[in-house]
Design a protein around this ligand. Structure first.
Ligand code: ARG
Length: 273
């Protein structure tokens, strides 16, 4: 069972533009966003996962992208410090939620850090993006806070402004990614660490196919990423296609809407969330 935190897109809208997908002139349909989001939440529940909800707040239209709110490992929560002022007030809601729900170590990041948008937990290491949002100094801070090695990766394509739009963690030692989103150095690092990685096509990356959530067996990803879906099936996963078209207008999809809460091992005497 996985444990996820999500935020209903009750106030979802595109009122400003902080990534190339966002066009405030294009109309949005909040009701459709809610329907699509509910499908995703129900899917997680049907798969046997636990989903907790954080209350949305008016005036924070991007709050549905819960992955950006924090990174949680071993019951410790490092809460985001957003790059853009529009999203900064979201952090207080996460700080309050974690404190009220038994997480033992809760702290807001000192450096700009957009949670699981850029800090992806892969087994016992953290893959950390920078280039557009998260400050590279936040990588060091995360390594210290969690006591885990962090691999810094640099993004180069503004359409893939967060690491979770260019790379998906499929299992502790397996990832999928689109190499063109990274600098040469970062590509070399990824090739060395993950020689068996699933390499996504440009078309699937553009369809947000890498903005996927894996529970180790099922991989939920945008249904438009057809080739990636076939690649995942070949590797023994059970891909499930999602239609979150409305949330794409804000520059996010499946993973962006899903913050994973990783508990301490059951043997740990600390507080259990
Ligand atoms: N509009 C949001 C932003 O630009 C989208 C965030 C998407 N989330 C993600 N995990 N990539 O901040």
């Amino acid at each position: 069972m996985r444990h996820y935190l999500m935020v209903r897109p009750r106030y979802f809208d595109v009122e400003y533009s902080i990534n190339p997908w966002m066009d405030p002139a294009k109309p949005t349909d909040t009701e459709l966003a809610v329907t699509q989001w509910e499908w995703l939440r129900d899917l997680y529940l049907d798969l046997g996962h636990r989903v907790d909800l954080l209350d949305p707040r008016p005036g924070l239209p991007d709050m549905v992208y819960a992955a950006n709110g924090a990174t949680v490992v071993n019951g410790r929560a490092l809460v985001a410090r957003f790059r853009h002022h529009y999203r900064r007030p979201e952090s207080a809601a996460y700080l309050r939620w974690f404190a009220a729900h038994g997480f033992r170590d809760v702290r807001q990041a000192r450096w700009t850090n957009e949670g699981e948008g850029d800090l992806l937990v892969a087994g016992s290491r953290i893959l950390a993006g920078s280039g557009f949002r998260t400050d590279p100094r936040a990588h060091e801070e995360a390594a210290e806070f969690f006591g885990l090695p962090v691999v810094g990766l640099t993004l180069t394509d503004p359409r893939h402004y967060h690491l979770d739009t260019a790379l998906a963690v499929l299992a502790d030692d397996l990832i999928a990614y689109w190499p063109e989103a990274f600098t040469e150095d970062s590509r070399r690092q990824l090739e060395r660490l993950y020689p068996d990685a699933v390499i996504a096509s440009a078309a699937d990356a553009a369809a947000f196919g890498l903005n996927a959530v894996s529970d180790g067996r099922h991989v939920i990803l945008p249904q438009a990423a057809t080739r990636l879906t076939a690649q995942l099936r070949e590797r023994g996963f059970e891909p499930i296609g999602a239609d979150l078209s409305e949330l794409l207008n804000g520059g996010g999809s499946v993973k962006c809407c899903t913050l994973e809460l990783r508990h301490p091992p059951a043997s740990d005497p600390g507080v259990q969330p």
